[in-house]
Design a protein around this ligand. Structure first.
Ligand code: KG4
Ligand code: ZN
Length: 436
């Protein structure tokens, strides 16, 4: 009998990952080959190098995932692969390999949006901690024995575009190196439906962590460094502020600055749920110049490259950074997280979401988890994060997101190709929200 085994493959950025997940609910293996060492000396991902590294790693990583799970290709029921968004060349490595493997083994191929994968990282954790459900999804083929645990609400009243009172609606904040997006997520017709309600208009939050870390002479990726150092600084030392994003800046005919922003429906979104992180990066740069912290940052680069690991104690942190730099780092992190919180909780309230899911690389941040959890408790809202391993890029989340599609028999076309700017779901425009 079929075990409902899906091999997930993820190569959208700088991690080559493969995983075997059973029925979208039980991770048998999750292998990740990180390219951090390759990109660290450049302070960011170099797309050509990323593609080359994926080519090198894809076969051993898939083999490792199969071996760790104790299964062979013959045991699989489907192969799932990230089709976008991401780096074109990097995505193509995973897609081409997945296609070939699926064709050679006569397996269906399922295309997964990377952002949907991040949302399913949280859902996978929830399913793993719940016993296998035995309910069958409406209209599902007979062989899958268990539906995703969250299928409980499939078939419930589907809210219309103007509804703010959906029973099973979750608000998902996907906060990573490439994205800071707010989605409403709800089970719909056996799979999931998503509505974009907010996003960054320029840099992603993780990008801001990485850029600030780079200008301070810290390691790559910057998030874990800033996370580790922030606890030794005063988060109120530097009063960063996030000005309200003015509609005129983005609606008044000015072209958006980043490539991602150009393809985004920013003008249609409610400005209360738009983020902007490029300003705080510039503010940090200005602070560094004005307070004489530049030389210290320059001196740090070679020591950080030699060491390659964030400090673990205050003493270690102080050998690397002055107290003024630690205060700057703590204040930066505090401000970014405060802004993420403010807009996420406002959106959850506005749309009547019954729970909040926070996912993506930045969701690994300690202060973010603590403050979001405390605020959720204060407001009486449910909140969930993925485990640390599932917060950053991995393939278990891709295999998990593919399961409802497998049940619904939604397979990828033979001409599946990379979609670097692939969007997720529909867009909640201001007019439909206001009932206009
Ligand atoms: O989800 P992810 O692995 O890849 C993308 O889809 O972008 O996220 C990577 C991002 C990087 O910007 C990294 O600096 C950030 O997540 N990150 C963190 C932490 N760990 C990773 N940011 C803040 N605190 C962390 N602990
Ligand atoms: Zn990601």
């Amino acid at each position: 009998m079929s075990r409902g085994l899906i091999l997930g493959i993820e190569t959208s950025c700088d991690e080559t990952a493969a995983a075997i997940v059973e029925r979208g609910a039980h991770t048998l293996s999750s292998a990740v080959a990180s390219q951090i060492a390759t990109h660290a000396r450049y302070g960011g991902v170099v797309p050509e190098l990323a593609s080359r590294e994926h080519l090198r790693a894809i076969v051993p990583v898939v083999r490792a995932a199969l071996a760790e799970a104790g299964v062979t290709l013959a045991d699989l029921d489907a192969i799932a692969v990230t089709s976008g968004p991401g780096l074109a060349g990097a995505l193509l490595v995973g897609i081409t390999y997945a296609k070939a493997l699926a064709f050679a083994n006569n397996l269906p191929l399922i295309a997964v949006n990377h952002l949907e994968g991040h949302i399913h990282a949280v859902l996978l954790n929830e399913r793993e901690s719940a016993p296998f459900a035995s309910t069958k999804m409406p209209g599902a083929p007979s062989f899958p024995q268990s539906a995703p645990a969250d299928a409980e609400s499939v078939g419930q009243h589907e809210p219309g575009p103007n509804s703010n009172t959906a029973q099973s609606q979750s608000l998902a904040l996907v906060v990573s190196g490439g994205h800071t997006h707010l989605y409403l997520a709800r089970p719909a017709h056996g799979t999931w439906s998503y509505t974009l309600i907010g996003r960054t208009v320029d840099d992603a939050a993780g990008e801001a962590f990485d850029k600030v870390a780079k200008l301070l002479g810290l390691g790559y990726p910057g998030g874990p460094w800033i996370d580790a150092l922030a606890k030794y600084g005063n988060p109120h030392a530097v009063p960063f502020s996030f000005a309200q994003i003015k509609p005129k800046v983005h609606l008044g005919g000015k072209p958006p600055r980043t490539k991602a922003a150009k393809t985004a429906p920013i003008a249609r979104l409610d400005t209360h749920f738009l983020f902007s992180f490029s300003g705080i990066k510039t503010a940090v740069l200005r602070y560094v110049e004005l307070h004489g912290l530049r030389a210290e940052a320059k001196a740090r680069v070679s020591r950080v490259l030699a060491n390659f690991r964030p400090p673990q104690t205050r003493e270690e942190a102080l050998t690397l950074c002055s107290q003024a730099t630690l205060d700057l780092i703590a204040s930066f992190q505090h401000a970014v997280i405060g802004d993420l919180m403010k807009k996420t909780f406002a959106a959850a309230e506005s749309f009547g979401a019954t729970r909040i899911l926070v996912t993506g690389g930045v969701a690994a941040n300690r202060e973010l988890r603590e403050r979001f959890t405390a605020e959720a408790q204060r407001r009486g809202v449910r909140i969930a994060f993925p485990t640390l391993a599932l917060s950053t890029d991995n393939a278990a989340m891709i295999a998990a997101a593919a399961w409802p599609r497998f049940v619904a028999q939604e397979f990828a076309p033979a001409d599946l190709t990379a979609e670097p700017s692939l969007a997720l779901g529909s867009v909640q425009s201001k007019s439909s929200q206001n009932g206009e």
